[in-house]
Design a protein around this ligand. Structure first.
Ligand code: BEZ
Length: 253
Protein backbone atom coordinates (compact mmCIF):
# COMPACT_ATOMS: atom_id res chain seq x y z
CA UNK A 1 0.00 0.00 0.00
CA UNK A 2 1.26 3.50 -0.79
CA UNK A 3 2.65 5.39 2.20
CA UNK A 4 1.58 8.98 1.75
CA UNK A 5 3.37 11.87 3.44
CA UNK A 6 1.28 14.41 5.34
CA UNK A 7 3.45 17.23 3.97
CA UNK A 8 1.39 20.23 2.84
CA UNK A 9 2.90 21.51 -0.41
CA UNK A 10 2.43 25.19 -1.16
CA UNK A 11 3.97 26.25 -4.46
CA UNK A 12 4.70 29.82 -3.40
CA UNK A 13 6.50 28.78 -0.19
CA UNK A 14 8.41 26.12 -2.14
CA UNK A 15 9.56 28.70 -4.69
CA UNK A 16 10.68 31.05 -1.90
CA UNK A 17 12.53 28.57 0.31
CA UNK A 18 13.47 25.65 -1.93
CA UNK A 19 14.41 27.24 -5.25
CA UNK A 20 17.81 25.58 -4.84
CA UNK A 21 16.16 22.20 -5.59
CA UNK A 22 15.71 22.75 -9.35
CA UNK A 23 18.81 24.95 -9.56
CA UNK A 24 21.00 22.17 -8.20
CA UNK A 25 19.28 19.66 -10.49
CA UNK A 26 21.50 20.61 -13.43
CA UNK A 27 23.78 17.52 -13.24
CA UNK A 28 20.88 15.09 -13.38
CA UNK A 29 19.42 17.02 -16.30
CA UNK A 30 22.78 16.65 -18.02
CA UNK A 31 22.70 12.90 -17.36
CA UNK A 32 19.21 12.73 -18.89
CA UNK A 33 20.46 14.45 -22.08
CA UNK A 34 16.95 14.84 -23.54
CA UNK A 35 16.68 14.76 -27.33
CA UNK A 36 14.15 16.64 -29.48
CA UNK A 37 10.99 14.61 -30.02
CA UNK A 38 11.58 12.21 -27.15
CA UNK A 39 8.61 11.49 -24.88
CA UNK A 40 9.68 12.11 -21.30
CA UNK A 41 7.87 11.78 -17.99
CA UNK A 42 8.99 14.12 -15.20
CA UNK A 43 8.03 12.29 -12.00
CA UNK A 44 7.59 14.57 -8.99
CA UNK A 45 7.84 17.70 -11.11
CA UNK A 46 7.24 20.20 -8.30
CA UNK A 47 6.52 23.63 -9.76
CA UNK A 48 7.89 22.62 -13.15
CA UNK A 49 11.13 24.62 -13.25
CA UNK A 50 13.17 21.63 -14.48
CA UNK A 51 10.31 20.27 -16.61
CA UNK A 52 10.42 23.52 -18.53
CA UNK A 53 14.14 23.06 -19.17
CA UNK A 54 13.55 19.52 -20.50
CA UNK A 55 10.80 20.80 -22.79
CA UNK A 56 12.97 23.71 -24.03
CA UNK A 57 15.18 21.19 -25.84
CA UNK A 58 12.25 19.93 -27.93
CA UNK A 59 11.21 16.86 -25.90
CA UNK A 60 7.50 16.17 -25.39
CA UNK A 61 7.15 16.21 -21.62
CA UNK A 62 4.39 15.00 -19.31
CA UNK A 63 4.89 16.15 -15.72
CA UNK A 64 3.26 14.56 -12.70
CA UNK A 65 3.25 15.43 -9.02
CA UNK A 66 1.09 14.27 -6.11
CA UNK A 67 0.59 17.85 -4.88
CA UNK A 68 -2.23 19.76 -6.62
CA UNK A 69 -0.75 23.19 -5.77
CA UNK A 70 2.58 22.27 -7.38
CA UNK A 71 0.80 20.91 -10.46
CA UNK A 72 -1.15 24.18 -10.74
CA UNK A 73 2.16 26.09 -10.67
CA UNK A 74 3.62 23.81 -13.36
CA UNK A 75 0.50 24.25 -15.51
CA UNK A 76 0.83 28.01 -15.15
CA UNK A 77 4.13 27.62 -17.06
CA UNK A 78 2.19 26.09 -19.95
CA UNK A 79 3.29 22.53 -19.15
CA UNK A 80 1.26 19.33 -19.49
CA UNK A 81 1.20 18.68 -15.74
CA UNK A 82 -1.10 16.19 -14.01
CA UNK A 83 -1.83 15.21 -10.42
CA UNK A 84 -0.52 11.68 -9.82
CA UNK A 85 1.55 9.91 -7.19
CA UNK A 86 4.47 7.74 -8.29
CA UNK A 87 2.79 4.74 -6.68
CA UNK A 88 -0.26 5.25 -8.93
CA UNK A 89 1.38 5.94 -12.31
CA UNK A 90 -0.82 4.50 -15.02
CA UNK A 91 1.21 4.53 -18.25
CA UNK A 92 2.26 1.54 -20.32
CA UNK A 93 5.22 1.61 -22.71
CA UNK A 94 4.89 5.25 -23.74
CA UNK A 95 8.04 7.07 -22.57
CA UNK A 96 11.58 7.14 -23.93
CA UNK A 97 12.73 8.34 -20.51
CA UNK A 98 11.48 8.90 -17.00
CA UNK A 99 13.23 11.73 -15.15
CA UNK A 100 13.01 12.52 -11.46
CA UNK A 101 14.82 15.07 -9.29
CA UNK A 102 14.60 15.19 -5.49
CA UNK A 103 11.28 13.36 -5.42
CA UNK A 104 11.71 9.57 -5.30
CA UNK A 105 12.65 9.63 -1.61
CA UNK A 106 9.08 10.80 -0.87
CA UNK A 107 7.51 7.83 -2.71
CA UNK A 108 7.13 4.59 -0.80
CA UNK A 109 7.22 1.69 -1.10
CA UNK A 110 10.02 2.00 -3.70
CA UNK A 111 9.23 -1.40 -5.20
CA UNK A 112 5.78 -0.20 -6.28
CA UNK A 113 7.14 3.03 -7.70
CA UNK A 114 9.89 1.27 -9.67
CA UNK A 115 7.41 -1.25 -11.07
CA UNK A 116 5.17 1.61 -12.28
CA UNK A 117 8.11 3.45 -13.84
CA UNK A 118 9.33 0.29 -15.56
CA UNK A 119 5.88 -0.25 -17.06
CA UNK A 120 5.67 3.39 -18.21
CA UNK A 121 8.91 3.12 -20.22
CA UNK A 122 9.22 1.83 -23.76
CA UNK A 123 11.57 -1.16 -24.08
CA UNK A 124 15.06 0.40 -24.22
CA UNK A 125 13.81 3.48 -22.34
CA UNK A 126 15.81 5.00 -19.50
CA UNK A 127 15.20 6.10 -15.92
CA UNK A 128 17.46 8.99 -14.92
CA UNK A 129 17.06 10.30 -11.40
CA UNK A 130 18.55 11.92 -8.37
CA UNK A 131 17.18 11.52 -4.86
CA UNK A 132 18.31 11.57 -1.26
CA UNK A 133 20.76 8.76 -0.57
CA UNK A 134 22.01 7.04 2.58
CA UNK A 135 22.88 9.55 5.34
CA UNK A 136 20.97 12.32 3.59
CA UNK A 137 20.16 15.09 6.09
CA UNK A 138 21.52 12.78 8.81
CA UNK A 139 22.09 15.54 11.35
CA UNK A 140 18.58 16.89 10.76
CA UNK A 141 17.17 13.38 11.20
CA UNK A 142 19.01 12.95 14.52
CA UNK A 143 17.72 16.26 15.84
CA UNK A 144 14.15 15.44 14.76
CA UNK A 145 14.48 12.05 16.44
CA UNK A 146 15.66 13.65 19.67
CA UNK A 147 12.97 16.32 19.77
CA UNK A 148 9.94 14.19 18.89
CA UNK A 149 11.43 11.33 20.96
CA UNK A 150 11.33 13.54 24.07
CA UNK A 151 7.61 13.84 23.38
CA UNK A 152 7.10 10.09 23.17
CA UNK A 153 7.02 9.83 19.37
CA UNK A 154 9.21 7.69 17.11
CA UNK A 155 10.66 9.75 14.26
CA UNK A 156 11.57 6.56 12.43
CA UNK A 157 7.88 5.74 12.15
CA UNK A 158 6.88 9.31 11.30
CA UNK A 159 9.51 9.84 8.62
CA UNK A 160 8.09 9.96 5.09
CA UNK A 161 11.57 9.64 3.55
CA UNK A 162 13.53 6.79 2.01
CA UNK A 163 17.29 7.36 1.62
CA UNK A 164 18.89 4.17 0.27
CA UNK A 165 22.53 3.32 -0.30
CA UNK A 166 23.69 2.87 -3.91
CA UNK A 167 24.04 -0.87 -3.37
CA UNK A 168 20.57 -1.28 -1.88
CA UNK A 169 18.96 0.79 -4.63
CA UNK A 170 20.83 -1.07 -7.38
CA UNK A 171 19.28 -4.26 -5.96
CA UNK A 172 15.82 -2.68 -6.08
CA UNK A 173 16.31 -1.45 -9.65
CA UNK A 174 17.51 -4.88 -10.80
CA UNK A 175 14.67 -6.65 -8.99
CA UNK A 176 12.26 -4.39 -10.90
CA UNK A 177 13.88 -5.50 -14.18
CA UNK A 178 16.18 -2.54 -14.89
CA UNK A 179 19.74 -2.75 -16.19
CA UNK A 180 21.77 -0.28 -14.14
CA UNK A 181 24.19 1.75 -16.24
CA UNK A 182 25.54 3.98 -13.48
CA UNK A 183 24.71 4.71 -9.86
CA UNK A 184 26.58 6.62 -7.20
CA UNK A 185 26.31 8.47 -3.91
CA UNK A 186 27.72 11.96 -3.39
CA UNK A 187 27.61 14.36 -0.46
CA UNK A 188 26.29 17.77 -1.51
CA UNK A 189 26.35 20.28 1.36
CA UNK A 190 23.47 22.60 0.48
CA UNK A 191 23.24 26.22 1.67
CA UNK A 192 19.76 27.08 2.91
CA UNK A 193 19.43 30.77 2.09
CA UNK A 194 16.03 30.93 3.84
CA UNK A 195 17.39 29.16 6.95
CA UNK A 196 16.53 25.91 8.69
CA UNK A 197 13.18 27.02 10.13
CA UNK A 198 11.88 27.68 6.63
CA UNK A 199 13.26 24.32 5.49
CA UNK A 200 11.44 22.55 8.33
CA UNK A 201 8.23 24.40 7.49
CA UNK A 202 8.53 23.39 3.85
CA UNK A 203 9.46 19.74 4.33
CA UNK A 204 8.94 18.41 7.86
CA UNK A 205 5.18 18.42 8.54
CA UNK A 206 5.26 14.64 9.10
CA UNK A 207 7.29 15.17 12.29
CA UNK A 208 5.58 18.25 13.74
CA UNK A 209 2.01 17.57 12.58
CA UNK A 210 1.34 14.85 15.19
CA UNK A 211 2.33 17.19 18.07
CA UNK A 212 -0.25 19.33 19.86
CA UNK A 213 -0.45 22.56 17.86
CA UNK A 214 0.58 24.65 20.92
CA UNK A 215 3.87 22.72 21.11
CA UNK A 216 4.89 22.75 17.43
CA UNK A 217 6.76 26.06 17.44
CA UNK A 218 8.70 25.08 20.57
CA UNK A 219 9.62 21.71 19.06
CA UNK A 220 10.80 23.34 15.84
CA UNK A 221 12.89 25.82 17.86
CA UNK A 222 14.51 22.92 19.74
CA UNK A 223 15.47 21.25 16.46
CA UNK A 224 16.95 24.50 15.19
CA UNK A 225 18.98 25.13 18.35
CA UNK A 226 20.29 21.55 18.42
CA UNK A 227 21.52 21.94 14.87
CA UNK A 228 22.82 25.51 14.92
CA UNK A 229 26.33 24.55 16.11
CA UNK A 230 26.52 21.73 13.55
CA UNK A 231 24.90 23.10 10.40
CA UNK A 232 25.83 26.79 10.36
CA UNK A 233 29.14 28.04 9.02
CA UNK A 234 31.16 30.76 10.71
CA UNK A 235 29.05 33.45 8.99
CA UNK A 236 25.88 31.91 10.43
CA UNK A 237 24.72 30.52 7.06
CA UNK A 238 22.76 27.26 7.31
CA UNK A 239 24.21 24.42 5.23
CA UNK A 240 22.17 21.21 5.15
CA UNK A 241 23.97 17.86 4.99
CA UNK A 242 22.44 16.61 1.73
CA UNK A 243 23.69 13.38 0.18
CA UNK A 244 22.57 12.60 -3.38
CA UNK A 245 21.98 9.25 -5.02
CA UNK A 246 22.16 9.68 -8.81
CA UNK A 247 21.63 6.93 -11.36
CA UNK A 248 20.76 5.94 -14.93
CA UNK A 249 19.09 2.61 -15.60
CA UNK A 250 17.41 1.07 -18.65
CA UNK A 251 14.38 -1.07 -19.33
CA UNK A 252 15.96 -3.79 -21.49
CA UNK A 253 14.89 -3.76 -25.18
C1 BEZ B 1 16.14 16.05 -0.27
O1 BEZ B 1 15.99 16.55 -1.38
O2 BEZ B 1 17.10 15.34 -0.02
C2 BEZ B 1 15.15 16.30 0.80
C3 BEZ B 1 14.24 17.29 0.68
C4 BEZ B 1 13.33 17.48 1.68
C5 BEZ B 1 13.32 16.67 2.79
C6 BEZ B 1 14.26 15.69 2.92
C7 BEZ B 1 15.17 15.50 1.92
Amino acid sequence: MAEISRQHWAARRYAETAHFVPTLGAPVLELLAPRPGEHILDLGCGDGVLTEKIAEGGAVVVAVDAAPDMVAAARARGLDARVAAGQDLDFAGVFDAVFSNAALHWMRPPETVLARIFKALKPGGRLVAEMGGQNNTAAIMVALRAVVGRRGLDAGRLSPWYFPSAEAYRDKLEAAGFMVDEIGIMPRPTPLAAGLEAWLDTFADDFFGPLPSADRMAARREVVELLRPVLTDERGVWVADYVRLRFRAFRPS
